[in-house]
Ligand binder design. Sequence first.
Ligand code: ADP
Ligand code: MG
Ligand code: MG
Ligand code: MG
Ligand code: MG
Ligand code: MG
Length: 694
Amino acid sequence: MGLLSLGTPLEWNEVSQYTDHVREHGIEQLIHIHNANKDKKNDSLLWGDEVEYMVVELDPESKEAKLSLRQAQILDDLAQAEKKGDLTAHNVVFHPEYGRYMLEATPAKPFTGDFKDLLLVEANMATRRTIAKEHMNSNEFPLTLTSYPRLGVGQFTSPAAEPNGKASRSFFLPDEIINPHVRFPTLTANIRTRRGSKVAINVPIYKDEKTPSPFVDDSIPWDRDLYPEDANAREGAALPDHIYMDSMGFGMGCSCLQITFQATDIDEGRDLYDQLAPLAPILLALTAAAPAYRGYLSDQDARWNVIAGSVDDRTPVERGLVPADDINEESEDSEVAQKAENNENSEKNEKTNGKAQFCSSQSNRTKTTSTTKYPSVKANSDRVIPKSRYDSIDSYISGHLKGSASHFNDTKLVINKKVKKRLTEAGFDEQLSNHFAHLFIRDPIVIFKELLDIDDTKESDHFENIQSTNWQTMRFKPPPPSEGPNQNVGWRVEFRPMEVQITDFENAAFSVFIVLVTRVILSYKLNFYIPISKVDENMKVAHYRDAVNKNKFWFRTDIESPTSQPDTETEPSPGIYELLSINEIINGKADKSFIGLVPLIRRYLNYINIDLDTLCQLDRYLSLISRRASGELWTAATWMRHFITSHPKYNKDSKISSDINYDLMQKVYDITQGKGWDDGLTKHFLGGFSSSVP
Ligand code: ADP
Ligand code: MG
Ligand code: MG
Ligand code: MG
Ligand code: MG
Ligand code: MG
């Protein structure tokens, strides 16, 4: 089981006294780890996925679906099974997650670089689902849904709970949906307190024939006066024509699919981090599976900006809503390390069209708002942080960048100067010290009293406190402290943007695809660099409804150009990048000027010696990716939209009723069991494929 620190968490007013302590010791811990591991070479490829589940309770009599809050009991039962060795024998392990209706499962031991291991992941995922189910009640089902369509609507949990909790103070989500481990309610409360208001997420509503226009949400209890933050919605936090969400659970209560890889050494890890970063928005759009929030169909298909908004703990000054001196805060040691000359996004963020609001840079349509209490100002201070701590990455980190760094790292990068100075003294180069100095502009959100004073040469809690609450599209994971039991673990890179898919077949397909992408990147020394500002633009577009078919994305087309290989001799050239459809990125351009990622992988697989059986299996996964990219098959988001809008009880008003939701959940469960992949709408989504696991 994933371990969570036990102890006494500090309240926000106490945390703020220790933020420097945590950052200072966190950096010493990082330096210690870096010194111990910077010359470590030849670690083997290891990789593993993480799949997150929602426990959905289905009542066939009342035809109601609910989120079951039995996470703790289910995990306790799983822990018993683990003690008996039953989970390890199947190479699976379960972890707690933010939502009290959620679970996470991973392989207990990572997969290796052996091609045969690529064929193990789907069966391993199926085993995880089976084992999870065995530890649930007969009416509870582990479903891999990115966003639960009726999260926060009426009595959506089992047991029922009222939305009046003091941690989140949400209008819609009871605190009972939060994992009761003290870390999670404390995270929720401290984010709200640091920010100075409830988080505010506004997703554009999908306007159907009978959706009122303008849409003013009558499900918002506008007049509630239970907490001071209840005024936020009235004062402008809830926008017309949007689905308003006011709590961390709306984002952290979404599920995703993540993949972690071990690199041979720190340099390869840094290269891989950079090369995968431009793929993040592409894979977000291609895995899009989140079309509905709080009982409404939205006008976007992916969850990312919802989570970004859900943990946006930036103060009004950091969001650029009030000048720093207006509220007399002490000046911090932050500065801007990268120029933002080309960055239209930060320009746009500065425009506040009369109303005090701030748009996350990757989401000009999904808006995170603030209350009108703060007058709108031009956000030009060094204290302004353009993005939430959950967002796409802000800088490339490869040491090979050198002179071309400012071309690719072209957006505003706020860094912690003190941290940068210390890391530079300790021998970190420009890109790596900037990377960590940027992560370390954030405050720790939860601090356990008992863990304040720890041995910086043996522990990494303070480092991890900041590192693991920077939830970005990519994560560069240093090894754990060398003297622990994990001393064989190397430098790892995590790919984090993907939405979880409904079936194990699809989740395996996307996992395998990403693993194979890393193999072709390394084998062919591919170069996907484009300016970060272009990745940010792509991130925004990736959310749009049916972006796979309707939108274009910046992508580098001279990826095999020998002069642009990120090797030690030559640094990457600015390169050629153009706007491509996802079909062109994945399957290649019709004029053959760009080969496409799937053909590249096929070329690689034909080149290396790999048996026919393995090749055929892998080809099923590649075909799924290819057919999704071409638009022949629907994304999960598109399939759900069709399911909802063609339901006999749908009133063309964007509302997802309890009946529709029940039928959708039942259908989702059936297809996780391999049933009906070729039925009606579902054949457009899962095609003629079948699960590889009997
Ligand atoms: P986190 O939640 O911090 O991202 P998890 O432990 O939940 O991390 O999941 C990480 C994934 O990495 C799992 O699939 C696990 O099997 C895999 N993994 C574990 N050790 C290694 C390693 N040395 N290299 C690569 N992947 C690993
Ligand atoms: Mg995990
Ligand atoms: Mg997780
Ligand atoms: Mg309550
Ligand atoms: Mg992870
Ligand atoms: Mg985690």
